[in-house]
Design a protein around this ligand. Sequence first.
Ligand code: NAD
Ligand code: TYD
Length: 349
Amino acid sequence: MQTILITGGAGFIGSHVVRLFVNNYPDCRIVNLDKLTYAGNLENLRDVENAPNYTFEKGDIVDADFIFSLFEKYNFDGVIHLAAESHVDRSIANPMEFINANVIGTVNLLNAAKHFWKDISGKRFYHISTDEVYGSLGADGLFTETTAYDPRSPYSAAKASSDHFVRAWFHTYNLPVVISNCSNNYGPNQFPEKLLPLFINNIVNMKPLPVYGKGENIRDWLYVIDHAKAIDLIYHKGKIGETYNIGGHNEWKNIDLIKVLCKIMDKKLGREPGTSETLISYVKDRAGHDMRYAIDASKIKKELGWVPSLQFEEGLDKTIDWYLANKKWMDNVTSGEYQNYYKDQYENR
Ligand code: NAD
Ligand code: TYD
């Protein structure tokens, strides 16, 4: 029986990856390691927590001794590394937390894998990264796997650094690594600090929708389960030492996306058309706000046959329905500390 360590499995993307692996690979033991920060939530995994091939371990990837003891205990065959601090705005306020979790945490995992994997046959260290490492695009062009790194936020600089360390462990120590860099994800279980769940929740509660700057920045949106499927494919079929870009071919200017969201929400909530749009409030821009991200995902399509399965309209509809049906989830994650975050980030902006 293979044993795979998934880090950050209680978070947004990680929970979808854990669910997919637990359900699709019953002969494979999945160990989910998560520190359960504000973004980690075991509620995200209630439907698989009793599966015989699933184990949860609470712990911090920054703690090297703990990571070594975990490798000793489970003798992992593979690692899928998602644990990270993930929100750009928080990285601007607290960069050290990002350097610790994203850089030191990743190097601790690399060191443990290198130490315990004397025989590398069948082993794989898969690092999940972001397109934000490539920096900011102008009106034209797409990020490819060979685009030079040019990170601009503390978040993307820490992720870029972790990518470099992963490649260094491949070239220097022959660790069998693979990396993917994905565009903006959306879907169920995303913490309401990121654009879509934040705005859905604010619309429900008739609170202002804080659009940074003029709302002209562009992101390339991908449904989270399509990302999880790409991760499955790359883990099993990706070539050692390679990088794969993953994206939705689905670029939206923030303000256009927000207006579409407002229209759908009015319909679903039975409100007068135009009600939600009145909540739009232009606020001070994010420092160093990257203008545009867009992924060229032709390599993963050509080499592994992956394309997004969901049209954006369908994905957005499913996502909104999930948040409307899971009010308790939203109430839980927005109680307590979240209220202070929200005040600092938006009310005192
Ligand atoms: P998230 O913030 O929802 O979840 C992160 C998880 O990691 C949480 O469960 C948290 O508790 C855990 N974690 C954080 N620090 C930890 C530590 N020191 N030790 C152990 N666990 C820790 O993030 P997400 O949006 O699901 O992103 C997951 C990964 O995917 C990240 O590496 C992120 O950089 C990458 N990514 C995200 C996106 C996106 O759009 N969200 C896009 C591309 C890549
Ligand atoms: P976000 O979801 O934080 O993802 P990222 O910064 O990693 O791309 O933000 C998506 C876009 O939405 C980004 O251009 C910033 C913008 N944004 C707002 O305008 N207002 C908000 O309150 C948030 C959270 C984001």
